[in-house]
Design a protein. Structure first.
Length: 263
């Protein structure tokens, strides 16, 4: 696992965006096959999305040969609902870049057969050639996508019940009304994420410091699903100084030292 420690949210977001852009361009130089990109929602990736949009508009970064798969979607929210992840992704990324609509894949939380929708999603990922890079965030309790604590580390896309704590955190998107937050979601599994060729996780702010400490210094455990990244060949965590608050000084110095020549 690589741990990239940047000064703040803005710097970490830019680092992540540039890494994604470099990966897209690198594949385009050697293959005509699409770059397959996994994407999250929430407030954490917004800075990264803004930088990707800027690079598209000012530096010619193209998404015409990129296929995307989002991590999750609420069950029961139509695509045009103000808090659906379909709408979030279009407002914050897709509407501002040149990605073809046919290349965008987001789970359908209104599907008649939710289990079939999950199976179809896994099949679509496989048909696309697998995910080249999966970008993600993490919850305060260390959950990856909607894989709450004690989720299987080999899980695949499925229906999940959201914990009370997760609903409390997400209530800010529903005018503070926890009862308005759906209790179910469709989510890629931990195993789905780990099947990607590369995984890049964003961890920013003091509230995420315990999750980061558990994922980096703790055991690989279903108690903190992000910790499964320890077993990935190409796992990267991009964080800011505040998120490192609970790391040991020796751990902090180690990662700062081994990354100093990669700046």
């Amino acid at each position: 696992m690589r741990l990239i420690i940047e000064n703040d949210y803005a710097a970490g977001s830019v680092w992540a965006a540039r890494h994604i852009a470099a990966a897209i361009r690198a594949k385009a130089k050697v293959s005509d096959k699409p770059f397959v990109l996994g994407l999250p929602t929430g407030s954490t990736p917004l800075g990264t999305y803004r930088e990707l949009i800027r690079m598209h508009k000012e530096e010619g970064l193209s998404f015409r040969n990129v296929i995307t798969f989002n991590m999750d979607e609420y069950v029961g929210l139509p695509a045009d609902h103000p808090q659906s992840y379909h709408r979030f992704m279009h407002e914050n990324l897709f509407d501002h870049i040149d990605i073809p609509a046919s290349n965008v894949n987001i789970l359908d939380g209104t599907a008649e057969d939710l289990e079939a929708e999950c199976a179809s999603y896994e099949a679509r990922i496989e048909a696309a050639g697998g995910i080249d890079l999966f970008l993600g965030g993490v919850g305060e309790d260390g959950h990856l996508a909607f894989n709450e604590p004690f989720s299987s580390l080999v899980s695949r896309t499925r229906v999940k019940t959201l914990t009370y704590d997760t609903k409390v955190v997400n209530a800010r998107f529903f005018d503070g009304d926890i009862d308005a937050v759906p209790s179910l979601a469709l989510t890629v599994g931990v195993g789905t994420v780990l099947s990607a060729k590369e995984v890049l996780i964003l961890v920013f702010g003091y509230k995420k410091s315990r999750a980061l400490q558990a994922a980096v210094e703790g055991a690989c455990s279903h108690c903190c699903t992000l910790s499964a990244l320890q077993a990935h060949r190409h796992g990267i965590v991009v964080c800011d100084e505040l998120a490192c608050s609970d790391l040991k000084v020796s751990t902090y110095r180690y990662f700062k030292d081994i990354e100093k020549d990669n700046l």
